[in-house]
Design a binder for this molecule. Structure first.
Ligand SMILES: CC(C)(COP(=O)(O)OP(=O)(O)OC[C@H]1O[C@@H](n2cnc3c(N)ncnc32)[C@H](O)[C@@H]1OP(=O)(O)O)[C@@H](O)C(=O)NCCC(=O)NCCS
Length: 322
């Protein structure tokens, strides 16, 4: 039996930091409101000439180094992003070139659930014996799509990238990954234009990231608690009698706290990094996981539930032995 296992992680946050105090000069907001409602203290913003692929390449190179392999060992690159460099070619192809890799490469779009979706794909490639080392990257440049005049949304997001190398292993690693979607709620959050719809708006700049925050909040808490419990139970673990970490998508501290409360999980077992980088969409889980591994909070051999929720609506949860 072939399993997949996370063998290396990496992260990259752009140098420029925008604090809540800095935001007070841009929109009618204040540090206290943002901290209390979201837990966010600051976000990183990429430079004008710093592309999604640049962020992703840096996180990826670190993950490759930490996995103790070389770029030549990578057999597939999957990039989760909603803010690609270009419509096409894929950001994965651009990252492949920047890294000097020689392997298939493609993007997937599942908004904030993108990393768990990519993990699901990569896990299946490894389990099927098609690839031994898969590079998964979540990379985002949300600063480019935010409406910086809308205080309801611009305070919530930031730029960044996280990456993992998933390798073939005799023992699990990734125990299972569940993903789901409900397109009936497509208008709750997203960008209401693309190629075949409202393409002209791209130059107008009149339509930006849009979200019904309160409704998203309710869906997020309900879904995040349910899918985390489900992935534990289906693998034979009693959620209330098992020692595990929750590494959730970092959207809002109140969503994380409410999720843990519903799961009857002690808050100390929830990995939190949203304070330092805000919501970085598909990048947030690998960023949080890398930080917790790097500081030694999470150790090799620990059990963790990775889970996300986002536009689509989409969601996903994975149970992993790190
Ligand atoms: C967006 C969110 C933080 C708003 O928090 P909330 O407690 O629901 O706040 P409300 O939207 O009810 O707004 C309350 C008030 O704060 C105001 N407000 C909104 N943004 C503000 C800001 N940045 N600074 C100050 N005031 C703000 C509103 O205008 C409103 O004022 P009013 O009562 O005078 O109309 C919250 O709904 C949320 O986190 N939703 C989920 C968003 C998310 O994580 N999306 C991504 C999921 S992947």
């Amino acid at each position: 039996m072939i399993y997949s296992k996370i063998s290396g992680t990496g992260a990259y946050l752009p140098e420029k930091i925008l604090t809540n105090a800095d935001l007070e000069k841009i929109v009618n907001t204040n540090d206290q409101w943002v901290r209390e409602r979201t837990g966010i203290e600051q976000r990183h913003i990429s430079a004008d000439d710093e592309l999604c692929s640049d962020l992703g390449s840096k996180a990826a190179q670190q993950a490759i180094d930490n996995a103790g392999i070389s770029v030549a060992d990578i057999e597939l690159i999957v990039v989760a992003t909603s803010t690609p460099d270009r419509m096409f070619p894929s950001t994965a192809c651009i990252i492949q070139s920047k890294l000097g890799a020689k392997c298939p490469a493609f993007d997937i779009t599942a908004a904030c659930s993108g990393f768990v979706y990519a993990l699901s794909i990569a896990d299946n490639y490894v389990r099927a014996g098609v690839a031994k080392n898969v590079l998964i990257i979540g990379a985002e440049t949300y600063s480019r799509i935010l409406n910086w005049k809308d205080r309801n949304t611009c305070v919530l997001f930031g730029d960044g990238a996280g990456a993992v190398v998933l390798k073939a292993s005799d023992e699990p690693g990734v125990m299972s990954v569940n993903i789901g979607a409900d397109g009936d709620h497509q208008d709750l959050l997203g960008i209401p234009w693309g190629v075949s719809q409202g393409y002209d708006a791209l130059t107008e700049g009149s339509k930006w990231f849009d979200m019904k925050g309160n409704e998203v909040f309710k869906h997020a808490v309900k879904t995040m608690s349910a899918i985390a419990l489900e992935v534990l139970q289906e693998n034979g673990f009693d959620p209330h009698a098992t020692d595990y970490w929750l590494i959730p998508h970092q959207a809002n501290i109140r969503i994380l706290k409410s999720t843990a409360k519903k799961m009857k999980l002690d808050q100390s077992k929830v990995i939190v990094s949203v304070d330092k980088h805000a919501n970085t969409s598909a990048a947030s889980i690998p960023l949080a996981m890398h930080g917790a591994l790097e500081t030694g909070k999470i150790k090799s051999g620990d059990l963790a539930v990775l889970e996300a929720f986002g536009g689509g609506l989409t969601w996903g949860a994975a149970l992993v032995r790190l």
